[in-house]
Design a protein around this ligand. Structure first.
Ligand SMILES: Cc1cc2ncn([C@H]3O[C@H](COP(=O)(O)O)[C@@H](O)[C@H]3O)c2cc1C
Ligand SMILES: O=C(O)c1cccnc1
Length: 351
């Protein structure tokens, strides 16, 4: 059995019995039943994931995967491709938005080169697991081979398992890759059955003219490759990306190891769509972090059936929304653990 097959087999439903006990405790805390809304749902979900009625605050980590995209040759992105490796260095040097927010949340940031188109310097803290030097131009043919896509998913599984072994109890996912809103849009178009123009957005800020070029390039990629939605690896290899595939692996490994995984924005969401198609049970292990400004993100969250915690008008990626949501998730676990029950506090319950 391959590592991917093994991981898929290991994914089990949430622990319903534990969740019932957690719900009973939540209902016994000094507040009207359900009045803490999503804070209660999050705590209950994490109880069901971890199998602990009152989970401890988990050690936090973030995994950021970086890869490049052949489709940039079509002119789909306003920034040049060299920004991908430049930002990888910025992440490990501590100056990127995600570096700041991961520090703010006390989450260890793991930065992985899974498919950057150039060689990165030998500096500490870049995890080098390059599958290839960027994807091929999907407007002309498949972005990756089937084997490369499988390998990238398995790199994601490896990295997540390493991070979990190092003690992480919750993992935020993020990405960096100039052009990656295009493969993400292609994935969403495939699974939503909506026209490309309805799922695509401006990414890092294409103007009206470039938006037309972007839509045409994605439409061409779908026509040329005819990804088969029944086979998520086929979709991933034909119109995906290395960092997207890696994040799919991270999500699946989190689900297999009963670790909550926080989904970031549009691109992380596309990875989550593939993970759901590979294992519908994996969705139970996902927490939605925020609603991105990228219009297709709502379509993704609806497809996954998960709710965003925050609305911050953000559209950056990197895992920034997922990191920020950690604050709320910690708060939900503190509510479950630290609030008094009616009897403990001597507060009269509902008549
Ligand atoms: C400086 C910079 C930092 C970023 N951090 C994340 N992204 C985000 O923008 C890219 C996707 O948008 P598009 O498809 O339009 O290229 C990804 O790298 C994503 O993570 C960035 C983009 C830039 C330019
Ligand atoms: O929502 C995201 O993740 C996003 C949106 C635009 C550009 N980069 C990332």
């Amino acid at each position: 059995m391959t590592k991917l097959e093994q991981t898929l087999q290991q994914i089990k439903p949430l622990d319903e019995e534990v969740m019932e006990k957690t719900q009973a405790r939540l209902d016994d805390l000094t507040k009207p039943v359900g009045s803490l809304g999503m804070l209660e749902n999050i705590a209950k979900q994490i109880a069901g994931i971890t199998g602990s009625v009152v989970p401890e605050l988990p050690k936090k980590a973030a995994i950021l995967m970086a890869g490049d995209h052949g489709i940039v040759k079509e002119g789909v992105a306003p920034f040049p491709q060299e920004v991908t490796p430049q930002m990888v260095l910025n992440f490990v040097n501590g100056g990127a938005a995600m570096s700041v927010l991961a520090r703010h949340e006390n989450a260890k940031l793991y930065v992985v080169d899974i498919g950057v188109a150039s060689d990165l310097p030998d500096v500490p803290n870049i995890i080098k697991r390059k599958v290839a030097y960027g994807t091929k131009n999907m407007a002309e043919g498949p972005a990756m081979t089937y084997e490369e896509a499988t390998q990238a998913v398995e790199v994601g599984i490896d990295i997540a398992e390493m991070v979990i072994r190092e003690g992480a109890g919750i993992i935020a996912i993020g990405e960096m890759g100039i052009g990656n809103t295009s493969p993400s849009s292609a994935i969403i178009a495939t699974y939503s059955n909506l026209p490309v123009k309805n799922v695509v957005g401006r990414g890092t800020g294409v103007d009206d003219e470039k938006l037309k070029i972007k839509i045409a390039a994605i439409e061409k990629a779908l026509t040329v490759n005819k990804p088969n939605p029944k086979n998520p690896l086929d979709v991933l290899s034909k119109v995906g990306g290395f960092e997207i595939a890696g994040l799919t692996g991270v999500i699946l490994a989190c689900a297999a190891n009963r670790v909550p995984v926080i989904i970031d924005g549009f691109i992380s969401g596309a990875a989550a769509v593939i993970a759901k198609e590979m294992s519908p049970l994996a969705v139970n292990y996902m927490l939605g972090s925020h609603l991105s400004e990228e219009p297709g993100h709502k379509i993704i969250l609806d497809f996954l059936g998960i709710k965003p915690i925050l609305m911050m008008n953000m559209r950056l990626g990197e895992g920034t929304g997922a990191a920020l949501a950690m604050n709320v998730i910690d708060a939900s676990l503190k509510i479950l653990k630290e609030m008094s029950t009616f009897s403990e506090a001597g507060v009269s319950n509902k008549l």
